[in-house]
Unconditional design. Structure first.
Length: 296
């Protein structure tokens, strides 16, 4: 039986595509998932990927966030410059003969130079679910974002490639033999975090010591993995202290990575509240639809 949505919400990232068929009252009628992310498609292939995802749904206008609006995506949605609200007053229409698809632009910062795509929609969703909230949002991931929010606007933000560094170091350096483990060592994480927070200039030397301690003193892989994470997150917290110190903090995410940031901040006397990523993404897309539907 075909689903007849009033509108469609799309979270279109680099590796995955997720869609929701939405009712006129903004409730979810159905969900669909695909591995046809931006990184697997040429611009001309996006309409077919959208049609495949929504093949069991009748045609309806769609609002999309994420890397779909990147320069290599379906069509580039120009960045909004901060300070600004996370959502714009107008959106970029994708070239398609099917139902209209509108793309939410990302945010840019001139100095220090920085950009985001997709996170702006999560920010909008977090603010929709927490009206009047001021403080700092931490968005852990491959490229972790620290975002200063005031009076409903993104004032400034900072990106840290901590997740990328962890993946690169654990998968493509000599440490790949030392950190393969499904287990975790909380004490090792806390110790490494404190070490790098107090002496971030020692990071490169501390990294190689993980390999040496394994060879010479039998350091276990679970301990080495947790210590690597602690060293990298510690360096990140040292670099972003002006964002989180003395601020109200929200973390958008879930699972072990979000838990690691919660523990790291708590160890510095900075408690954080966790919000579920998919929930705030859908809330942000709904807020964007509220803007868009008045223009259609």
């Amino acid at each position: 039986m075909s689903i007849s949505p009033n509108w469609i919400a799309l979270d279109w990232g680099t590796t995955h595509l997720r869609g929701w068929a939405m009712s006129a009252g903004n409730t979810v009628l159905a969900e669909a998932h695909s591995d046809r992310g931006m990184g697997t498609l040429t611009p001309s292939e996006f309409p077919a990927a959208f049609a495949e995802l929504t093949r069991d749904w009748t045609a309806a206008p769609a609002i999309a966030c994420g890397m779909v609006g990147a320069r290599q995506g379906w069509i580039e949605a120009a960045y909004q410059a901060v300070p600004c609200t996370p959502l714009p007053t107008s959106f970029t229409k994708a070239p398609t003969n099917a139902a209209s698809v509108h793309i939410i632009p990302g945010l840019s910062q001139s100095s220090p130079a920085d950009v985001m795509r997709g996170e702006e929609t999560q920010i909008a969703g977090f603010l929709a679910l927490n009206p009047g909230w001021d403080g700092v949002l931490c968005m852990p991931g491959t490229h972790t974002k620290w975002v200063q929010i005031s009076a409903g606007e993104v004032v400034s933000f900072q990106t840290c490639m901590t997740g990328d560094l962890f993946a690169a170091i654990s998968g493509h350096t000599v440490l790949k033999h030392s950190v393969v483990s499904d287990d975790w060592d909380d004490a090792a994480f806390a110790e490494a975090l404190s070490d790098t927070l107090s002496r971030p200039e020692k990071l490169a030397a501390r990294l190689f010591a993980l390999r040496a301690e394994g060879l010479l003193h039998g350091l276990g892989n679970a301990t080495a993995k947790a210590r690597l994470s602690g060293l990298l997150i510690g360096a990140e917290l040292a670099a972003t202290k002006p964002y989180w110190l003395g601020q109200q903090i929200g973390i958008i995410g879930a699972g072990p990575v979000a838990d690691a940031y919660v523990k790291a901040l708590a160890s510095q006397g900075a408690p954080a509240t966790v919000a579920d990523g998919p929930r705030v993404t859908l809330a942000g897309l709904t807020a964007a639809w509220t803007i868009l539907k008045g223009q259609l």
